[in-house]
Design a binder for this molecule. Structure first.
Ligand code: IMP
Ligand code: ZN
Length: 337
């Protein structure tokens, strides 16, 4: 197996993947075709290959959301995204998505979540899937509480956590904090997009005070945040290509995952938005391998230790660990030489 093949075959955990950012170019084309009659103006839409800055990224969703504005397309993109991750060697996937309504098609936030979950819970042999629902930074507290209500309502159907995402330049965490405190009290796991840009740094103490179970990106760490995160052993969801393309990190080699590796701090390689950044999870492993001179054994260990960061229970963690070890034994020849 060459290195790229190895990264693809390696069993992997994906914990930071936004559904509407994960739509592959093929599925995007199909969605455009489906909407040809009602939205002909979207015929020329495609994802640009380069972004000037992170602020160019969020407006893309104005287009994408017009393609996924009904329950059937939501089911379609969820199914395709799961299949594509499985094809890339992902064995355990936590998808995340922001509940969205569209009165024109009759889609409500509740039917949105129900549609995603109906696909998440379809029987599958090769991959386990769970859902995190996202609160958008633009939300009012009332909207954020509505997301928590939906999490409670669908708790038994595979919702494992609540996320804070959205445009890094808008909104404030403090305004939404009571919703996260309630989610914690309801025993949901919490993950927060954290310190992607310097403007987010003042919010860090407040965010860390809700005891998040994982953090997304954590690109810029002031000393106090670093100390708390290291002390709490809070795993970081690392999305290298996303950071490099949004220019919040200057290169793969300069990526802050090198500090985590040095520190032995738990991290999980993830894609963020594989449809927008054109990078599958196997590619993130390959990039890390090259940038930090990691051996196949180190890449296997990176994938193996990610199991401890999942939001599912200990029984699932144990089963995954056994699966990984079985794979390791069966593929011993790939680690020698
Ligand atoms: P959705 O939640 O399935 O609709 O996925 C798209 C949404 O994810 C976008 O509207 C953003 O709010 C959010 N998102 C995707 N990538 C990022 C990121 O890197 N930072 C913050 N939010 C993000
Ligand atoms: Zn993200």
């Amino acid at each position: 197996m060459d290195f790229v093949q190895f990264c693809k075959k390696l069993p992997k955990i994906e914990l930071h993947a936004h559904i509407n950012g994960s739509i592959s170019p093929q599925t995007m084309k199909e969605l455009v075709k489906r909407k040809k009659a009602t939205k002909p103006e979207l015929a020329d839409f495609s994802i640009p290959e380069g972004l000037e800055y992170i602020t160019d990224f969020f407006p893309l969703f104005k287009f994408i959301y017009q393609l996924t504005d009904d329950e059937e397309s939501v089911r379609l993109v969820t199914r395709r995204t799961i299949d594509e991750f499985a094809e890339d060697g992902v064995r355990y996937l936590e998808l995340r998505s922001t509940p969205r309504a569209n009165p024109e098609t009759g889609m409500t936030k509740e039917s949105y979540v129900a549609s995603v979950l109906s696909v998440v819970n379809e029987p599958r042999q090769n991959i386990r899937v769970k859902l995190i629902i996202s609160i958008d930074r633009r939300n009012t507290l009332e909207e954020a509480q509505e997301v928590v209500d939906l999490a409670i309502k669908f708790r038994d159907q595979g919702i494992v956590g609540i996320d804070l995402c959205g445009d890094v330049m808008v909104g404030s965490f403090d305004k939404l904090k009571p919703a996260f405190e309630r989610a914690k009290a309801e025993h949901f796991k919490i993950t927060l997009h954290f310190n992607e840009v310097k403007e987010n740094i003042p919010e860090a103490p407040s965010m860390l005070s809700v005891n998040p179970d994982r953090l997304g990106h954590a690109t810029l760490l002031d000393d106090a945040s670093r100390e708390t995160i290291y002390k709490n052993q809070c795993p970081i969801e690392v999305c290298m290509t996303s950071n490099v393309l949004c220019k919040t990190v200057s290169s793969y080699e300069a990526h802050h995952v090198k500090d985590l590796l040095k520190q032995g701090h738990p991290f999980v390689l993830c894609t963020d938005d594989k449809g927008v950044f054109f990078s599958e999870l196997s590619n993130e492993y390959a990039k890390a391998g090259v940038a930090f001179d990691m051996t196949r054994e180190q890449l296997f260990q990176a994938s193996f230790q990610a199991i401890d960061a999942i939001f599912d229970d200990d029984r699932v963690k144990e089963t995954l660990k056994q699966d990984w070890q079985t794979w390791r034994k069966l593929n011993q020849q790939e680690f020698s030489g």
